[in-house]
Design a protein around this ligand. Sequence first.
Ligand code: PEP
Ligand code: MN
Length: 345
Amino acid sequence: MVIVMGPDATQGDIEAIVEIIGTAGGDAFVSRGVSRTIIGLVGDVEQFGALNLKGMRGVAEVMRVTAPYKLVSRDNHPERSTVRVGGVPIGPGLVTLIAGPCAVETPQQTLDAALMAKAAGATLLRGGAYKPRTSPYAFQGLGEAGLRILADVREQTGLPIVTEVVDAHDVELVASYADMLQIGTRNAQNFALLQAVGGIGKPVMLKRGMNATIEEWLMAAEYIAQRGNLDIVLCERGIRTFETATRNTLDVSAVPVAQRLSHLPVIIDPSHSGGRRDLVLPLTRAAIAVGADGVIIDVHPQPELALCDGPQALVHSDLEELSEVMRALPPLLGKTATGDALATA
Ligand code: PEP
Ligand code: MN
């Protein structure tokens, strides 16, 4: 069961509900989104029925949700959500470009990549300071020094930053620098980490686990929401299949399926899906055409020197085509590129 609070609900109204549910032997999980607060109830639903929750102060709606993921389900939240990241919206009607280096390597490389991102129409900067690498011998990221570089580059470019956190112990530190926390595919079912980012009060980008069904992906999002954070963006980044010609198989159908099942925005990572530079622009076109709310793309000023994922990074000569895609395609779908929407706002 889910309670949707009205826009004027007070903290006291919310606490009164948590208390009455506790008295009835249940648990109430409070999740705050940009526009409203939702309370998920776990326990004996029949007993809750006797409480006249609908009549309590501040309550807009009480709903029974049959989907196993309740707070992120579209059942209780028919309109699709917009998530704001440092003032930049991701959601319906928009196509948001997030771009930047796979990994933060040096201040100059990060600034150059950020300027490339901005030139292509990006409104958010990506860049990993903590890298989840398959090999323990590969570059693991600069850690906090990388976060400081990102913060400096944000200062210089005005682009809010999206960066990955790989360990629950680092969530507070990463959140003190980041505008949005990224959960990567390898940690998509690291439930302690999901709960930790759920409690930190910053937007989260949740990548789909490379072996995860859409339902498992939404259940992972539910872990974040259940700890009080509804500002979640889902990211399809390709799944493992028998195909070896591409790094992963981009599941484009996951976008409309997840958007039907969940109110959360859904974006695509064409860089980690294909794993090849020549596939990034075609997959970006596919992402926009299938209705993704944004794309996250690797760019690098000198990919031949990149410490991580150089072969999939777009280079300077790709930027004109990328910005043309961002200019031309969203309007064909009745959408606006977020950069254009902010420029005319
Ligand atoms: C990344 O975006 O840097 C990354 C590691 O992606 P994924 O988790 O999708 O592999
Ligand atoms: Mn990468």
